[in-house]
Design a protein around this ligand. Structure first.
Ligand SMILES: C[S@@+](CC[C@H](N)C(=O)[O-])C[C@H]1O[C@@H](n2cnc3c(N)ncnc32)[C@H](O)[C@@H]1O
Length: 366
């Protein structure tokens, strides 16, 4: 066989000889697709390990082999071992020889009584799983099959699960916001869940007071977290829809919209910003916690996926860019708008209601 002088026709490069077509293009790896396929299994494997109490038992007894753990948890040893190998593959447990043990991530985030625990958040965070199974229908019709907007039974475990993280964020935010230096600060927390921000302010000053709002069926979570800390006498609970409850004008030093705007769409978010502006005293500040996107909506992976999660289970769910939030706050009349990150991955926009004189000055300049 004589080879052709033209490389593209060389018989030595035919598929029969080299087992693949002659090409100088390397095909992209399929790894990102496998990541997604495995994502489903990863979520359920972690959920099962949490449900079985694996992390809590390892925290109690230290490193253990699957057989010992299985005896303690009353499950099948071989099945438990396979499950835990998956958890090791996800980097959420370590394995030394035959024993499984907690690593730093598991100790901090997956043991249920750790101060930063996400153990109760994992199962509820994606929203109802049925909505994910019907995602194509949601995109076709423009509405989720089973929206959770007013569903207290969904929100109760969710806000119980997020409380520790957001409360830590609120406490750390004092370094930048110095709410603990205000005299008798008054806080309004809308859609408060377990009231993580009100608790941080109330614990920082004995003269602080708060009005805590949420849907009737969810407000019990805040009642419990606040009672557990002995703060009930400085809190008024105001049940109802945050778009419609009565709110005093110019009555507050801080208004908190913590992780509520992403279910409200642009109109609802702007309206909440305006309500907050009216509720604040001059010099008072609005705090908006959420997962915000980059301007191109292509880089902020967590915020973009949070947008999909919101779309899957709420009527107007969507995440917003830093630019949108900043512009809408300015439109509402706020000044000195900035975004802080008190703890990793928790961003909070801050806007100040100017004094009447400043507001007139700004109005005249426009
Ligand atoms: C994602 S959670 C955020 C909880 C808390 N603000 C935080 O940052 O941890 C959203 C909260 O908003 C409440 N919520 C949703 N729609 C509401 C409405 N229309 N009026 C009052 N509360 C609402 C939910 O019940 C839930 O507690």
């Amino acid at each position: 066989m004589v080879d052709s002088p033209y490389p593209e026709l060389k018989k030595t490069h035919t598929m029969a000889r080299v087992g693949r077509p002659y090409t100088d293009r390397k095909p992209p790896a399929a790894a990102p697709v496998w990541d997604v396929i495995e994502g489903y299994g990863r979520f359920h494997a972690l959920n099962s390990a949490l449900e079985l109490g694996v992390f809590d038992v390892l925290a109690e007894i230290g490193p253990a082999e699957a057989g010992t753990l299985a005896l303690r948890l009353d499950v099948s040893p071989t099945h438990l071992e396979t499950l835990l190998e998956g958890v090791v593959a996800m980097g959420l447990l370590d394995r030394r020889h035959r024993s499984f043990e907690l690593n730093d991530t598991a100790r901090r985030y997956l043991v249920s009584d750790s101060p930063a625990s996400m153990a109760s958040l994992v199962p509820v965070s994606p929203g109802p799983l049925e909505n994910w199974h019907r995602l194509t229908d949601t995109v076709r019709t423009g509405a989720p099959v089973d929206p959770v907007d007013d569903d207290a039974s969904f929100h109760v475990p969710l806000v119980e699960g997020t409380f520790t993280t957001i409360n830590r964020c609120a406490m750390r935010a004092d370094r930048q916001l110095r709410y603990s230096a205000l005299t008798a600060p008054r806080v309004l927390e809308l859609g408060a869940g377990g009231a993580p921000w009100s608790i941080a302010v109330l614990e920082s000053r004995t003269d602080a007071t708060a009005v805590v709002n949420d849907l009737d069926g969810v407000l019990g979570v805040a009642r419990r977290t606040i009672a557990e800390r002995g703060l009930l006498d400085r809190v008024e609970f105001r049940a109802g829809d945050f778009h419609h409850i009565d709110v005093e004008s110019a009555g507050y030093d801080l208004v908190v919209l913590g992780h509520i705007c992403r279910t409200e769409g642009e109109a609802g978010t702007r309206s909440l910003m305006q309500r907050s502006f009216d509720a604040l005293r001059p010099g008072g500040r609005v705090l908006i916690g959420d997962y915000f996107c980059d301007e191109q909506r292509s880089q902020a992976g967590h915020a973009l996926m949070m947008g999909v999660t919101m779309m899957a289970s709420t009527r107007r769910g969507r995440t917003f860019t830093h630019g949108q939030i900043g512009a809408w706050l300015t439109d509402a009349g706020f000044e000195a708008v900035r975004c802080i990150e008190p703890i990793g991955f928790q961003e909070v926009f801050v806007g100040v209601r100017p004094s009447a004189a400043r507001a007139n000055e700004r109005g005249a300049r426009r």
